[in-house]
Design a protein around this ligand. Structure first.
Ligand SMILES: O=c1nc2n(C[C@H](O)[C@H](O)[C@H](O)CO)c3cc(O)ccc3cc-2c(=O)[nH]1
Ligand SMILES: C[C@H]1O[C@@H](n2cnc3c(N)ncnc32)[C@H](O)[C@@H]1O
Ligand code: SF4
Length: 320
């Protein structure tokens, strides 16, 4: 008997790498004004080769322009336009571009099938360490994002970042907070357990999360979060195949977006599909594709977005 493990076939578009935050673990950001923004023409050229393939999700992942900056409005508009282009080319956008105002999030709901934002960790002590120069990582601001998304009925992905100076209790507290918001709105479709992994570009060298601890965290997370929320782990950051299998045995059920390049951790490429699939089947797991929106949320979307999703449900069901 095989049991399913899901993944999403994805490509990541980056509107801009420029970011006013300086998280010490980040290998993605460049300084404000040091990067040109992705144009619609460039994005169209990047996406064209994927049309007609099984690649479905476009993850829109961005560095952030300060909420008070005069450039904020055009930054958000560019993100909106990239989502609209993505939809018009037949793909399904999922946007994670940092904290948004309620109005900004409401606007992006029109052109996204789901959205996301990691809580990282809610303990305030990280504001004096890794997030000292990262105002977007203030716990209250991120918690409020979960509630905005719930109020707006946006199917949402969140998660925790592990190995950035938290202790076990801090993790349980963050997972409790996710549970609490979900109990109010019912909008969290999945929670990512993301091990911090060092890369070539970050500002401060810091050892990565000890991956052997991950199965234990997954098992505990499973007892804190409601059953309907899927647990996601990134397979490219778990280099030991036995550990990956232990994570699945502990309750992880999703491998997230599998893309040609992991923009957040460019030093950790994904295994090719056939290798990953073979590894999983050695332990009776079957790797199956999913969409960036889980089926029980389809009726939260506008009719045009529902139609785009229906088309993909037919394609992935046909493949099974
Ligand atoms: O390839 C990645 N995908 C990341 N994703 C994408 C994710 O794997 C998929 O987009 C979602 O599962 C939706 O299908 C995120 C999505 C979020 O909403 C929030 C954070 C992340 C973080 C990553 C990441 O670090 N690397
Ligand atoms: C998009 C998400 O990527 C995560 N993120 C940022 N930098 C790293 C890193 N070096 N290793 C793992 N995850 C990281 C954060 O949790 C962020 O919210
Ligand atoms: S992790 Fe996100 S918010 Fe932090 S510096 Fe990198 S791009 Fe900016």
């Amino acid at each position: 008997m095989y049991h399913s493990i899901t993944y999403s076939s994805a490509y990541t578009l980056v509107p801009t790498y420029e970011c006013f935050n300086r998280c010490t673990y980040c290998n993605f950001r460049v300084n404000p004004l040091q990067d040109s923004w992705l144009t619609l023409t460039q994005a169209e050229q990047i996406l064209q080769p994927f049309q007609g393939t099984n690649l479905c999700e476009i993850l829109i992942l961005s560095g952030e322009v300060h909420p008070q900056s005069p450039r904020r409005k055009s930054w958000l508009q560019r993100i909106y336009d990239l989502c609209e282009l993505t939809l018009s080319m037949g793909f399904l956008p999922h946007t994670n571009v940092g904290p948004l105002s309620f109005i900004e999030m409401e606007k992006l709901k029109e052109v996204n099938v789901s959205m996301g934002l990691m809580l990282e960790q809610i303990t305030p002590k990280l504001l004096t360490t890794v997030h000292r120069h990262a105002p977007s990582k203030i716990p209250e601001i991120r918690l409020q994002q979960l509630d905005f998304a719930g109020q707006l009925k946006i199917p949402f992905t969140t998660g925790i970042l592990l190995g950035i100076g938290e202790n076990n209790q801090d993790c349980w507290d963050t997972l409790d907070a996710i549970t609490h918001s979900h109990q109010q709105w019912g909008h969290i479709q999945e929670v990512i357990l993301q091990p911090y992994c060092p890369g070539q570009k970050q500002s401060l060298i810091m050892a990565g999360f000890n991956i052997s601890q991950l199965p234990k965290i997954i098992a505990k997370a499973r007892t804190i979060l409601p059953d309907t929320i899927s647990l996601q782990i990134p397979p490219n950051l778990i280099s030991d195949p036995y550990c990956l299998l232990d994570c699945l045995a502990a309750g992880a059920r999703d491998l997230g977006g599998i893309s040609p390049k992991d923009e957040v951790n460019p030093d950790y490429p994904h295994l090719i599909y056939s290798k990953l699939s073979a590894l999983l089947s050695s332990s009776q797991w079957q790797l199956i594709p999913r969409l960036p929106i889980y089926p029980s949320y389809d009726n939260w979307l506008s009719v045009p977005l529902q139609n785009a999703v229906k088309k993909w449900r037919k394609i992935i069901n046909y493949k099974l």
